[in-house]
Ligand binder design. Structure first.
Ligand SMILES: [Zn+2]
Length: 325
């Protein structure tokens, strides 16, 4: 395994959703990303891009967190949406170690007002240098998304310290629960989901700028093979981009077949994987999200977005019409 942070990416696939481009033109017009995930502005007034949906959600989440509302994340649309995405991240076989790390850091910051990396080694997968590499990338990821910042000092726990945003959000956790080892699950998912969403936005910007140097954002958390090549954790990123895109592009509902054929083009073709995603949406496997209301007609599922999230999207559209986003 190579522990060098800089990577060489192919231009012919989307490094967020795993879409593989079929034509040279697609590769030339938009390397590293697909049109679905790109932040190119649409001419249609009513359409917002995924990038601006993410921007709107994460900005609102930050405002709520600064005002100590993490404890009531159930009742606030943007916070609840972040927790839903966090649930998908927490269920991913590889990414869940990072959700655990984020949870541990949050507990420590809540209790001690500082952070040290030693606990993270307990939950990082692998051994030796691979373990350290994952912890380091997680710390850098949290720096990218604005929860940690560079401090001064000789040791890693001095070099990175919690930002004001992180301190503010942990203060509200401390007030509502007896945090000792673990956060209440929905709160943990909200923090992880915020970081993942913000991380996706940052990665989209980095890819759009030409994918130079060290990856930024969520791509830091992607698994690597022994040659240091990145793998896209598509069972997390693809359904997330589908949901964000459908919502951003103005849809209120979708069928199991629509998501199935969309995922198929992103290399999710095994029936087992597709079924898991559909069942996660339908909450027939353990799932803790309010993204959609499922209905079943005896053959297949149909999903309607949670009305709160549709209203949230409408709010962002209004802002766009008003020229403020
Ligand atoms: Zn894509």
């Amino acid at each position: 395994m190579s522990y060098f942070s800089i990577v060489q990416l192919n231009k012919d696939r989307c490094w967020i959703c795993n879409y593989r481009k079929e034509t040279e033109l697609e590769v030339r017009l938009l390397p590293y990303l697909c049109f679905w995930c790109s932040s190119r502005k649409s001419d249609e007034v009513d359409r917002i891009t995924i990038r601006s949906l993410i921007e709107n959600i994460t900005t609102e989440v930050e405002e709520h967190l600064k005002q100590g509302r993490l404890a009531v994340c159930e009742d606030i649309d943007a916070l609840s949406f972040a927790a839903d995405i966090g649930d998908l991240g927490t269920q991913h076989l590889y990414l869940k170690q990072f959700s655990s790390m984020i949870g541990l850091i949050t507990v420590q910051v809540a209790l001690e007002g500082r952070y040290t990396p030693s606990r993270l080694l307990k939950v990082a997968a692998g051994s030796g240098p691979a373990k350290w590499f994952r912890v380091r990338e997680c710390i850098r990821f949290l720096t990218d998304v604005g929860l940690l910042e560079q401090g001064e000092g000789k040791y890693i726990y001095e070099r990175f310290r919690p930002t004001n945003l992180f301190l503010a959000l942990t203060a509200s956790v401390e007030a509502v629960s007896k945090v000792e080892e673990e956060l209440p699950p929905r709160i943990a998912r909200c923090v992880a989901g915020y970081a993942l969403l913000r991380g996706i936005g940052i990665s989209i910007d980095w890819l759009q700028r030409g994918a130079q140097g060290e990856p930024k954002g969520v791509i830091r958390l992607y698994p690597r093979d022994k040659h240091g090549r990145l793998w896209i954790p598509r069972l997390f990123t693809a359904p997330t981009m589908f949901l964000l895109g459908y919502l951003a592009h103005g849809h209120n509902e979708f069928s199991a077949n629509e998501i199935r054929s969309w995922l198929h083009r992103r290399g999710i073709q095994r029936e087992k994987d597709v079924a898991w995603i559909v069942n996660w949406l339908a909450r027939t496997v353990p799932a803790d999200h309010r993204l959609v209301d499922p209905s079943y007609d005896g053959y297949s599922y149909h999903f309607k977005f949670n009305r709160l999230y549709i209203r949230m999207r409408e709010r962002y559209r209004e802002r766009r019409r008003g020229g403020r986003a």
